[in-house]
Design a protein around this ligand. Sequence first.
Ligand code: FAD
Length: 326
Amino acid sequence: MNEHLAINLMGLGAGPSAPDIYDAVIIGGGPGGLTAGIYLARSGYKAVIVEKIAAGGQIFITSEVENYPGIERISGPELSIAMENQAKKFGVAFEFDEAINIEDGPDKLKTVTLSAGKHIKGRSVIISTGAKYKNLGVPGEELFRGKGVSNCATCDGAFYKGLEVAVIGGGDTAIEEGDYLTRFASKVHIIHRRQEFRACRIAVDRAKKNPKINFILDTVVEEISGKTLLEKLKLNNIKTGVKSELSVSGVFIFVGMAPNTGFLKGIVEMDPTGYIKADMDMKTSRPGMFACGDCIQKKLRQVVTAAGDGAVASESASEHIESLKI
Ligand SMILES: Cc1cc2nc3c(=O)[nH]c(=O)nc-3n(C[C@H](O)[C@H](O)[C@H](O)COP(=O)(O)OP(=O)(O)OC[C@H]3O[C@@H](n4cnc5c(N)ncnc54)[C@H](O)[C@@H]3O)c2cc1C
């Protein structure tokens, strides 16, 4: 029998907790938080995931994942639902709201405050709030959001059947989502400010072979315009200085991510860009608070690394929970 499950059955673990005290409060229900929840609940701990939008996180808005070991290809929403169901099967509770604060209490418990005013108490906290898209910051971007400007090919791609669209960015997401958009669009223009791509070679090679993809390199978008719906992008070739216009019905912006850590200022140590500093055991600067996934300082932000971090964070959280019982 699993050690933690045995402790639980003996009346020392999750079972006898007061109804509203969790062993772990996990903030964020993406792959990192869901993995931490699965590991903790499967070990007999009482865990709750606080999620402000939808379980699955970024993966929920991803068209396809084909680099998670053991699964050749799966749609993002399918993988999200599978992870959420697995967490629920092991007894993870879900609270759909935004966490806005974490406080240490005199009773060694931590209190997570939600935007609706509810307080959730836990012996440990795992922060797995992930990251969100950076804006391009050009005129028209906000005006045409939802009227041609999007950050989600899975959500909005089908609206552009037979139409021309642009994708901005040169990383994995831009190239892979650009490729996906050719299922609907008659042409996909990938606009990138450099010649070289950050995306992996296999994705770039596949996109280069796709007759529906046109690359516009060394180029930045300076303005997004139209009447009621998006119609045009103003482009600037930063090598030649030549300015031009591109007529498209939609633009998908994938120019990097920023961590969802604004509410953690002064609570855990972060780098100047807002990524949480966590050690290899996913411990933050605050005892009993752990962090995992895309919100931490690290080299590679992917489903597999978020899941790996989540598993490590769960182990460190369980050591902390046990130490409180001594
Ligand atoms: C379009 C796209 C395509 C991608 N394709 C791939 C791919 O093919 N393969 C791959 O491995 N990776 C891919 N990724 C990256 C991958 O999705 C991320 O690395 C992974 O989802 C990170 O997981 P996470 O749990 O750390 O964070 P996220 O997935 O970002 O989840 C964080 C969750 O926390 C929630 N949250 C944030 N703040 C709060 C708060 N204060 N209170 C409550 N909830 C909060 C968010 O709503 C979100 O659900 C892709 C990403 C995108 C956007």
